[in-house]
Design a protein around this ligand. Structure first.
Ligand code: SOE
Length: 390
């Protein structure tokens, strides 16, 4: 039985960053105790941002006890046990490494880092901290979509037979308009890459999670369709990709076709996954996130065909925490379930999944895709195992 940790002192949480992801994570920290009462209790101690007035407003609106502007000072606080990094990518390594060195459990929004070198430093810090019981996790929240968690179970149980092909795409359209303004997400020094890191990281993590084996080879292509956008003081160069394509090969020989874009007109938030095996197939689309399309070759051939499984039963992953069958979940629930899994891992003294090892592996694949694109699409080897020396 899951132990009840409610009698222990609540864990103090700090979130660094209060834009889109900071809000999504704040919502999770607010709801986690109500829906996952077996997880350790939390206190929402402090929300951190650069602008004192704006972060104070956000903290009040989102229900934080305090607001602060200096994340380093927050790391000195004894009443903060968990640091949740929701900043733009260029700050992930600095904040996460310092937080781990201060003995805080750390969760970092995806992608883990902007570069492999940063990811390596973060992983080394997480490994050192692990020896003191400090835990580190990457926020690949789509692992907590019940339908995708079920898909993973089915693949791992061998229900689809030998998996030969995977198609994974993540399509959005918020950059279709060339008049859409410049943001940090379009600056290499802030974001590391464009659609590749932002959306491709989720796609690659799903491949690793579903198949349970690493990608070992990549061929890639990157495209920037609109090369200049209006910034605060005039036009600025866009220094990241708008879209990326890749063919990946996993260790056992599964071939993956990957496509990500922020310029796919009409696609709002379409993470689509299709897995084709020798005995069946499945399909998922985040825009209908409670559904899995499943084909298992059972019974008479003339009656076979893909069927829609509504993944809302109490024995589907994560559903016992939420609503009765058919009362569907949304995008925000994944963050609450993620927070619950992180807290339980802390309480049990176990490493959460995905940890920094898995975040590092994704970073290596993204780097392989970019290296291949630089080399005109040539196949490049990808090593997803982190170096053991620190
Ligand atoms: C923006 O493209 C974004 O918010 C990503 O950064 C998230 O990870 C994804 O869940 C939704 O889209």
């Amino acid at each position: 039985m899951t132990p009840d940790h409610r009698q222990d002192a609540p864990l103090g949480v700090a979130v660094v960053g209060h834009s889109f992801m900071g809000r999504a994570h704040s919502n999770a920290w607010r709801n986690v105790a109500a829906f996952y009462p077996d997880a350790p209790a939390v206190r929402r101690r402090v929300l951190v941002g650069r602008d004192a007035a704006r972060v104070a407003d956000s903290a009040a609106q989102l229900g934080w006890e305090e607001a602060a502007t200096d994340w380093r000072a927050v790391l000195d606080r004894r009443d903060v046990d968990v640091v949740d990094v929701c900043t733009p990518g260029h700050l992930h390594a600095e904040v996460a490494v310092a937080a781990l060195e201060a003995g805080k459990h750390v969760i970092v929004e995806k992608p883990l880092a902007n570069t492999v070198a940063e990811a390596e430093r973060m992983l080394a810090a997480a490994r050192r901290a692990r020896t003191d019981g400090v835990r580190a996790m990457v926020g690949f929240n789509y692992r907590r979509v019940p339908a995708l968690a079920l898909a993973r179970e089915l693949v791992r149980e061998g229900r689809l037979g030998t998996v030969r092909q995977v198609r994974v795409s993540y399509l959005q359209d918020w950059l279709v308009d060339p008049g859409a303004p410049m943001t940090w997400r379009l600056r290499r020094e802030r974001a590391g890459s464009g659609a590749l890191g932002d959306l491709g990281s989720h796609a690659v993590d799903q491949v690793h999670a579903l198949l349970g084996e690493p990608v070992i080879e990549a061929q890639g292509r990157l495209q920037t369709f609109v090369t200049e956008r209006d910034g605060e003081s005039g036009p600025e160069p866009v220094t990241v990709d708008d879209a990326a394509w890749a063919t990946l090969r996993t260790r056992s020989g599964t071939v993956v076709s990957l496509e990500v874009s922020r310029m796919a007109t009409g696609r709002k938030n379409a993470l689509q996954v299709e897995v084709y095996g020798s005995a069946g197939s499945l399909g998922f689309d985040l825009e209908s996130l409670n559904e899995l399309r499943l084909l298992t070759a059972e019974g008479e051939q003339r009656l076979q065909g893909p069927r829609r499984v509504l993944v809302t039963e109490a024995d589907h992953p994560y559903l016992d925490a939420w609503w009765p069958p058919g009362h569907i979940l949304g995008w925000d629930h994944t963050f609450t379930s993620q927070a619950a899994d992180f807290l339980r891992a802390i309480a049990r003294g176990q490493d959460p999944a995905p940890g920094f090892e898995e975040g590092y592996a994704v970073q290596q694949v993204l780097d392989g895709i970019a290296r291949s694109a630089d080399a005109g699409g040539a196949a490049v080897s990808v090593t997803t195992t982190a170096p053991t020396k620190e």
